[in-house]
Design a protein around this ligand. Sequence first.
Ligand code: SF4
Length: 498
Amino acid sequence: MSVLNQASPSTALPDAALALRPSACPGLLRIVAARDGGICRIKLPGGELSAAQAAVIADVSERHAAGVVELTNRANLQVRGVRSGHEAALIAALVDAGLGPIRATGAVDADNLLLASSADDVRNVMVSPAAGRDPFALFDTRPLCIEMLTLLQSEARFAALSPKFALLLDGGERLARLDHPHDVWLAAMQAEDGVRFVFGLAGCPPAVADADANAFPHIARTGSHSAVDHPHPNYAGALAAVLPAQVTDLVRALLHTFLDLAAPDATRMRHLLATHPVDALLQHAQTYVDFPLSRDTSLANWLRPTPADATLRLGAHAQRVVGMLHVGGQPPLGRLDATTLRGLATLSQQQGNGTLRMTPWQSVLLPDIAADAAPTVLAEMNALGLACDPAQPMTRLIACAGSTGCAKSLADTKADALRLADRLPDGIDVHLSGCPRSCAAAHCAPYTLLAAEPGIYDLYRRDGQPGFGSRVAHQLTIEQAADMLDPLAHPARSPSDA
Ligand code: SF4
């Protein structure tokens, strides 16, 4: 069993498990209704699950739901189409497979159900899908990830955090997603006498040679209402650095500081920064730790020295140990059917280490593949319908649930994305969203097609403006959008080059 999978089995849960808490976000213990049935979200520690757990998810998705499993942009999984009356059995099976929060171990009675549900909600720590494997990593973040997840679930007070409150632990890997704003981010830095963790609030670690996605780290999601916020005035970049052994205490201090000072309607760190200077927050956090905590101005312009490369999630790439590779592929629009998930689980057992890693690009990574087995694994992934080459259009398209799964959607974004795939110009990443909530993308995509009516979209281009960027065209069919995207992405091409 992997280091990241530590939950223990549970016995059956009561019907009260189905009670909704105020949050509208799906959880493992809180199945939220959607147009295509219930949604049960399974938080995976570090995006990792065992092959046995994957097989359980595949089985229950068929037995209790529509047989569709969705990968999320936080490297979690969700079962879609949960059938009415099947919720408790689905939840019990998942908890028994060790996929629940710490408080869901052992019998879960009605009294601790809310706590268990809250403990499930706060399990939001992102690490690289190649954590512990990436040759460029300065630090193996997996043990720290477990510490963070335990911390979040072990203090009852942290149950008050929003289900969207999230932490990033960046070990310096090349395969890293750095464009999702996090409430607290920590990034490994090589100092003269060892590794330190630089940290910041309400943003992303700035990196050298950033893609333009990372050129606007101050852009943050507005929660449930639109894609991105205006930059908040107090975004301060890297604040200071701590020893790896101090990271957990630092995070605990920052969480308590947030809960001490945030107004009742302030759910994210950016809200607190809008009302409190960052130095005041550090001063307050100082009362919770026994090491010095103040802004280190020498880090004001700190940049992560290793550029991130999202394409490493696809295909076969070297791990730290010579002769071992990780192999990854992208399921079309982030969805797997039960048969495919079972096939990936079998592949990881036969050719890998028996674990799968979900990535925040809604893709799957199989670690620890021997170099001579990699061609076989790639071929089998392709046969299962996963795109393993960045040149394949399906690696450059994301779409929210759309009108078949969500009542808010003005268009069938999934079907329209498949149509766009046939004509997608090379080098273009496009996000299709049924409404401004932007469920499929926590980042601002280079191009966004925002539904206006069935089959009709407005086209936005990322340019640092809030939201999806600037609107460059409106009321486009998918064919018209495809025609517009090529010259927008390749303005230097002459018509004869196109
Ligand atoms: S972004 Fe898509 S899935 Fe999310 S609420 Fe809007 S229409 Fe629904």
